[in-house]
Design a protein around this ligand. Structure first.
Ligand SMILES: Nc1ncnc2c1ncn2[C@@H]1O[C@H](COP(=O)(O)OP(=O)(O)OP(=O)(O)O)[C@@H](O)[C@H]1O
Length: 368
């Protein structure tokens, strides 16, 4: 096991700056995920850790040892690629043994290690089969076995599940976590899939356009996003253009929603992101599950009246779109019970935005 430290990392390919300036440290044994949309610099960062690319600026360290210019084969990392990169004409055994052969391990040691790892990934009975004769999920396990057999200090996984169907993806998520805990190996996982990131990771780094916007546990990222990009990339959310009217210490503060005239809302001061840039556009955030609903009029603060424009039944709940006016639509969630479970399009409804469920963050996506 090793820790990973990235200090002031930048990577440019000619004019294209794939990673702008990155500082992060990954702890020993941690399951750490790089999450972000296509082209945001996740794979480039992973490849700098593997040594396939050298950074234009900055330092890559493993357990505080400078590895920036060390060749990939001397880093003791195991990597699994999106397309598996297996040798199709070779057997499962030969594929997994390949890295050990390169390292010139004895035949008996190789036999033993390959046997052990194939058992771990539940492929012992397939060792003589050609990989081209395996299913996608089985090929994925071979790729994992090949990465693990060298007993790497760090396991690097680049969108390893994106070629599998939904059911197999679920199964492999559990499998990868089981192996990661078994081997107690520092793991860096690249994905654009928020469900994978939330369910698997100890911590997540959220990227966009070569910049890491936030690092935190799945709960921190979901519940305390630092800006509207992070908030909207993970889960459903309502983002409302707003202006902060008055900010008091340890009390409610007052907010004006720009698209709902003559209405003031109150939320707790600690729900305002620290150090908001003075003139930047702001967004008020609230998750659909934080919105409260009533079919009878509510006479309290933070209430809006709207009309249901979409009621999508999902089994356990109903996803609702509630039109407040031409510009503002609020997403909410009604559990499949009581009268709210039977709600239909066109229903008039009262929405309460509880103080503790709202946050104010700077908008990097811009006011729409
Ligand atoms: N070898 C290269 N030469 C030139 N530009 C590159 C190279 N590799 C990556 N880029 C560019 O750098 C940016 C980041 O790419 P990267 O592959 O790291 O993104 P990503 O977040 O992993 O995307 P994806 O999820 O699509 O794999 C993109 O604009 C990409 O086109």
């Amino acid at each position: 096991m090793a820790s990973v430290e990235l200090e002031g990392i930048k990577k440019a390919f000619g004019e294209v700056v794939a990673v702008k300036k990155l500082d992060l440290s990954i702890k020993e044994g941690e399951f750490f995920t790089f999450l972000g949309p296509s082209g945001c610099g996740k794979t480039t960062t992973l490849r700098m850790i593997a040594g396939f690319y050298y950074p234009t600026e900055g330092t890559v360290k493993f357990s505080q040892k400078d590895m920036t210019k060390v060749a990939p084969e001397k880093r003791n990392t195991g990597m699994v690629f999106q397309n598996y990169a297996l040798f199709p004409h070779m057997t499962v055994f030969e594929n997994v043994a390949f890295g050990l052969k390169v390292r010139k391990l004895s035949k008996s040691e190789t036999q033993m290690r390959v046997h052990d790892v194939l058992k771990k990934v539940r492929l012992e009975q397939y060792s003589k089969r050609q990989v081209s004769q395996l299913s996608g999920g089985q090929q994925q396990r071979v790729a994992l076995a090949r990465a693990l057999v060298i007993e790497p200090d760090i396991l690097l996984l680049d969108e390893p599940l994106s070629n599998l169907d939904a059911r197999l993806r679920d199964e492999m998520r559990t499998e990868i976590l089981r192996l990661q805990k078994d081997y107690r190996i520092t793991t860096i996982y690249v994905t654009h899939d928020q469900v994978e990131a939330l369910t698997m990771s100890d911590r997540i780094a959220v990227f966009n356009f070569g910049v890491c916007h936030q690092i935190g546990s799945p709960k921190e990222i979901y519940n305390q996003p630092v800006n509207d990009f992070v908030a909207s990339f993970i889960g459903e959310i309502n983002l409302l253009n707003c202006e902060l009217i008055n900010r008091k210490e340890q009390e409610s503060c007052t907010v004006k929603l720009l698209d709902i005239p003559d209405k003031t809302f109150y939320l707790y001061t600690e729900k305002i992101e620290e150090g908001l840039p003075p003139s930047s556009p702001l967004k008020l955030l609230i998750r659909p599950e934080g919105v409260e609903l009533s079919l009878t009029e509510l006479h309290e603060e933070n209430v809006l009246k709207g009309t249901v424009s979409l009621a999508q039944f999902t089994g356990t709940s109903v996803n609702l779109h509630i039109q407040v006016n031409e510009k503002v639509m609020i997403k909410a969630l009604a559990l499949n019970k009581g009268e709210l479970g039977w709600i239909e399009n066109g229903t008039t409804i009262w929405i309460r935005l509880p103080k503790e469920q709202m946050r104010i963050v700077p908008s990097i996506l811009g006011v729409d």
